[in-house]
Every structure is written in structure tokens, then in C-alpha cells.
Ligand binder design. Sequence first.
Ligand code: DX5
Ligand code: ZN
Length: 210
Amino acid sequence: LRRLRYIRVVIKIAPSILSADFGILAEEIARVEAAGADQIHIDVMDGRFVPNISMGFPILDAVRKRTRLPLDLHLMIENADAYLETYVRAGGTALTVHAEACPHLHRTLARIRELGARAGVALNPGTPTTALDYVLDTADLVLVMSVNPGFGGQAFIPATFAKLVDLRNRVGERPLEVSVDGGVKLEHCRPLAVRGATTLVAGSAIFTAA
Ligand code: DX5
Ligand code: ZN
């Protein structure tokens, strides 16, 4: 993470604790916080929207107690609407839902804002940016997935670069945070920043680095 900091003026870094050692989670969080992390990215998976199950409310509670950094919740779940209030009460600063998993995306984003959190919308690699066309004014951040969600440690999908350029045109002058998540390594930072990414999520690159 220290090596990524040289471009922190333009890029925020969000370590994804999915790749942390859960046996010493408090130490892992303290380490990335000391190294200058801007926010903590928490991957919630339900085994339905994505083929994996990760963490739920008890972990979120534990993390909230250990850090004052913003908590960026990436909800890879069906029926997110049923849990929005609980996630905000549990300390989520930003709640990001998947466009593919929300039949009433506009309503879901509006509700997140109403609850007092930042509203995020995530796109799978195969989902076009046109999915965002009528919700950009109701969102505070867009999370561009650069791997198919479900697992840490996968390879970055290069088509993400073109997608970012396309997204930048759609975003226009809106003050949206544009986050990239999945397989992000040191060598991707500059090309992603140049194409309009404002935040990079990194799991294995940070937690499995020496
Ligand atoms: C994947 C998750 C990512 C993942 C990133 O479904 O959304 O946040 O933890 O991990 P790396 O950086 O290892 O791809
Ligand atoms: Zn994520």
C-alpha cells in the first residue's frame, strides 16, 4: 500500500478485507490504516447473486469498532432493499448495490441516500454503462468491476479501460466517485487514474504483499 501512495493526490485507496487474515483482522486494519488507506472496502456475498459467501453483520460490527475510516460496503446480494437500514445502522458510509441484482435500482439508490449513506451502483464486467443512464443523478459513486464478482485474487479484465472512458463521457461534470474493483495491481493504477478512476479497491495486492 505504501508503494501505491505516490498517486494519492488523485486516487483514493480502498483495501478490500476479503483478502485479509481474519484471525488477526484488527491488526490487518490497523496496518492499512497506518499505511494511509482512505477507506475500508467490505465485500458482502450471499451465495446467490455471486457463487460465494463471505461476511455479514458481525464482521461489519467488528470492523466499525476498530477504525474511524469510512466503510465502503460492496453488496453482492439479492434483495439488498431488505437490509439497507441495517447496513447504515451498522456503520456503512457508502452502500454499493449491483445494477444486475436490483429490479428497482432507482428506488434502492434513493433509499440509501434517504438513510444518510452514500449511494453506489456496481456494474459487472459484462454489463454495459447504459445501465446507469437514468440513475446517475441518484448515485454518489459508480463501482466498475474489473473481475466477475465473487472471489479475490482474480486477474484484471483489460476491457475495463475502455469501459472507464465510456463511463467518463456519461458521467460528464457530475461529482461522482468512480471506483474500480478486482485484480487491481500496482501497474494498473496510473492507466486507471488517467481514464477517470478516482478510487481503487485492492485486496490481494495489499494484504498478500510483503
Ligand atoms: C470481488 C470483490 C473484490 C475483491 C478484490 O468480488 O468485490 O473487492 O476482494 O480483491 P482482489 O484485489 O484480490 O481482486
Ligand atoms: Zn468488492
